[in-house]
Design a protein around this ligand. Structure first.
Ligand SMILES: *[C@@H]1O[C@H](CO)[C@@H](O)[C@H](O)[C@H]1NC(C)=O
Ligand SMILES: *[C@@H]1O[C@H](CO)[C@@H](O)[C@H](O)[C@H]1NC(C)=O
Ligand SMILES: *[C@@H]1O[C@H](CO)[C@@H](O)[C@H](O)[C@H]1NC(C)=O
Ligand SMILES: *[C@@H]1O[C@H](CO)[C@@H](O)[C@H](O)[C@H]1NC(C)=O
Length: 470
């Protein structure tokens, strides 16, 4: 998906801000993209912003892709990592969302926008971290308007936009699993085993990459934070193992699903997060199967079959729009157009990155949140060895498959528990128990275990928690 950067038409009388948002479907696939190609860091985003706001008083049906003009403006300082201050000195909150977007809540108004970028050609992208377009509304979900933001001071203002070259894969080529690679993984280490999945035989490189989260234009994983003393003490007091699939014989986790070849892991992880949290919150009396397809087809907070983030879907989309039942909009695996549905919407009342903001998470905080409120959504880097996982405690082997030049992707999944290998919690290899969305014939009945406490493949720094509204 490409959003073409607007001509910035500045016009005389009032500030008229026009931008176009073009989405190409069905055309030649120029690039396999997950998320957007913006690559914005804390440094590139913190500083003073001006927000130009369009006519308010609207509902969540507002269409910000149509031209509008600004009728008011706000300024806000965004300080690293999460403090926003408006011009009257009111403090609020903000967070970066991966390297793509930000959300700020100041004085009862919630701003959210993706950063701009420009796709120059097949291989070259410019990232404008000083420009954002998006939606603003009251924290209670009323009074919507469109806004455009411009960063006016901060590190690197005036520097040329970041440009980078996109690494391409041959999307149409058959993936062709390589048995030698599988054998190499199994010989290399005893902790986990790999196998050849015949299902991969007829997948293309593009299918495989979308399934694994979609190609990352650029991975952006902050390191996990160091837990403070209180967190460490609380975490140490928790059980050595816990599994939401078996709490005194009762499960709070929905069944494993299969996303197929659409880059919709974020939608499946979001529905699974909400479903399991409803179960935990209501002691299993609300057991839903929610619709990933409605998210893929209708949410402007994600990029359809090209990726998205649970913060924005289970969290923000759940709060602003709500998720519908699966039967209301069944899964098709494709970028199907949105059609309006009138089914009941299940809302999110609260959402956050564990630890408070993007990059604030760590193992101890994840454990505490998991035990207190239920499963959590995490993102991690998929290397080629992971595709062949069939059991054991995964860690990245550093081996690469030279027949299938793989670019790391960014997959989203649901952590449902944790434990350790063997009999001794102090010396046994620690792991997370994670539900994947590649069907129950993959891994350990659809699940995998992965090393815990070492930020393996970056799984511990950006976990997301939500609170559903019963
Ligand atoms: C993306 O941004 C990060 C942080 O500024 C930078 O280190 C990295 O090189 C950028 N990636 C590309 C492809 O330019
Ligand atoms: C955004 O930054 C680019 C350079 O990175 C600059 O050319 C442009 O004028 C800036 N735009 C605004 C609205 O500040
Ligand atoms: C690919 O393989 C799957 C499962 O083995 C099968 O259901 C599907 O029809 C195959 N698709 C093609 C295009 O051969
Ligand atoms: C939760 O549900 C189980 C099974 O129905 C029941 O035995 C248990 O007492 C309930 N717990 C609470 C706290 O209501």
């Amino acid at each position: 998906m490409f959003r073409f950067v607007p001509g910035r038409l500045l016009v005389i009388i009032c500030v008229i801000i026009v931008w176009a948002q073009c989405v190409l479907y069905g055309g030649p696939a120029l690039l396999v993209a997950a998320d957007t190609p913006a690559n914005c860091s804390f440094d590139a985003v913190s500083g003073k912003w001006m927000f130009y706001i369009g006519p308010g008083g609207q509902s969540n049906k507002i269409d910000c892709s149509k031209p509008w003009h600004a009728v008011s403006q706000w300024s806000a300082m965004l300080h690293f990592p999460d403090v926003a201050v408006d011009k009257n000195g009111m403090t609020g909150f903000w967070t970066l969302i991966y390297n793509q977007a930000f959300e700020a809540v100041i004085h009862g108004r919630k701003f959210f926008g993706f950063f701009e970028y420009e796709v120059i050609d097949r291989k070259h992208v410019l990232s404008f971290c000083n420009i954002t377009t998006g939606w603003v509304h009251n924290s209670d979900g009323r009074n919507w308007a469109c806004f455009k933001g411009e960063r006016v001071t901060g590190p690197g203002v005036g520097d040329p936009p970041q440009s980078y070259t996109v690494e391409e894969i041959d999307e149409e080529r058959l993936y062709k699993p390589n048995d030698e690679f599988v054998e190499k993984i199994n010989k290399h280490q005893p902790s986990w085993t790999a196998k050849h999945y015949s299902r991969y035989d007829n997948m293309t490189m593009g299918d495989m990459q979308r399934r694994a989260g979609g190609k990352k234009w650029k991975n952006a994983y902050p390191p996990p934070t160091i837990p403070d003393k209180i967190t460490q003490i609380e975490s140490a007091s928790l059980p050595d193992q816990f599994d939401w699939r078996d709490v005194g014989g009762v499960t709070f986790v929905p069944d494993v699903r299969d996303q197929g070849i659409c880059g919709s892991c974020y939608a499946f992880a979001s529905t699974a997060l909400q479903e399991s949290r409803y179960r935990v919150l209501t002691n299993n009396s609300i057991r839903l199967v929610l619709s990933p397809q409605e998210i893929v087809s209708c949410s402007e907070y994600a990029q359809k079959c090209d990726g998205g983030f649970p913060y924005l879907i289970a969290g923000k989309y759940g709060q602003d729009f709500g998720l519908v039942d699966d039967s209301c909009f069944p899964y098709t695996e494709y970028n199907e157009p949105c059609r309006p549905v009138t089914c009941r919407r299940f809302r999110t009342s609260d959402y956050h990155y564990i630890g408070g903001f993007y990059g604030a998470c760590n193992e101890d905080l994840m454990k505490i949140e998991l035990l207190r409120n239920g499963p959590v959504a995490v993102s991690f880097e998929v290397y080629d060895d992971f595709l062949f996982y069939t059991g054991g405690i995964y860690h990245h082997t550093q081996l690469t498959d030279r027949f299938n030049p793989w670019k790391t992707t960014n997959h989203v999944v649901l952590v449902v528990g944790y434990g350790y290998a063997g009999d001794d919690p102090d010396t046994g290899e620690k792991f997370w128990i994670v539900q994947n969305t590649w069907g129950d014939a993959w891994g350990e009945q659809g699940y995998f275990r992965i090393r815990r406490g070492t930020n393996e493949v970056n799984i511990e720094s950006m976990a997301v928690a939500t609170l559903p509204r019963p």
